[in-house]
Design a binder for this molecule. Structure first.
Ligand SMILES: [Zn+2]
Length: 204
């Protein structure tokens, strides 16, 4: 069982790597139709894996199963059988993909690849920036926590966002915390000794 799972995972990762390679190549050639086909294929595979019950219900025009993770998104199926967010923006003047972003299951490999691409496109952007970038086309449920756990794994971000440790200060001496007459206690900040070079006196 373990062996079969490992094999399937390897195959899936190979397919994702091939997809990334093809994406790079086709983008360079200026042909994005092939990329969109590949992306649509991957999207469908992931959606079938995570939301098979929801897809079956929508196809039959039934209500979504109880406790469905995407019930609040009022999902719809587009002409290519891709699950998209329904919502109330049907009449808004914006592109179809922004009105109805494709639903990408959280925790899936595809969601990770999308976050990875958004992170490099936004030059190590933070949660809010990446969210804006991703939601132009995709909807990942519970995206904030997904992004946070992604960012925890980015070494560059972890290093840059690291807070410096604060020095623990010792208790103040009693003279400084007890009320008294002016100049009853005085102190001086002392540092040194400093070595200085005196100017040479002229011999004439
Ligand atoms: Zn980063």
């Amino acid at each position: 069982m373990e062996k079969r799972y490992g094999k399937r995972r390897r195959r899936y990762e190979q397919r994702a790597r091939r997809f990334m390679r093809r994406t790079r190549r086709t983008r360079r050639a200026g042909n994005i139709a092939g990329v969109l086909d590949q992306l649509g294929h991957l999207l469908k595979k992931e959606q079938e894996k995570y939301f098979s019950k929801e897809i079956a219900c929508i196809e039959k025009d039934w209500c979504l199963p109880e406790k469905s993770r995407i019930e609040s998104l009022k999902p719809i199926l587009d002409g290519k059988m891709i699950l998209r967010v329904g919502g109330r923006l049907e009449r808004a003047e914006m592109e179809y993909e922004r009105r109805h972003p494709a639903i990408v299951p959280n925790g899936s490999r595809l969601a990770w690849l999308i976050m990875h691409s958004a992170h490099s496109a936004t030059k190590h952007g933070a949660v809010q920036v990446m969210m804006q970038h991703i939601r132009q086309k995709f909807w990942i449920p519970k995206i904030r926590s997904e992004l946070r756990s992604y960012l925890h794994k980015c070494l560059v971000c972890v290093r840059h966002n690291h807070r410096f440790e604060m020095q623990l200060m010792a208790d103040l001496p009693s003279e400084r915390v007890t009320a008294g007459k002016t100049f009853l206690h005085t102190g001086v900040d002392y540092a040194g000794p400093f070595e200085i070079k005196m100017e040479q006196e002229s011999k004439s």
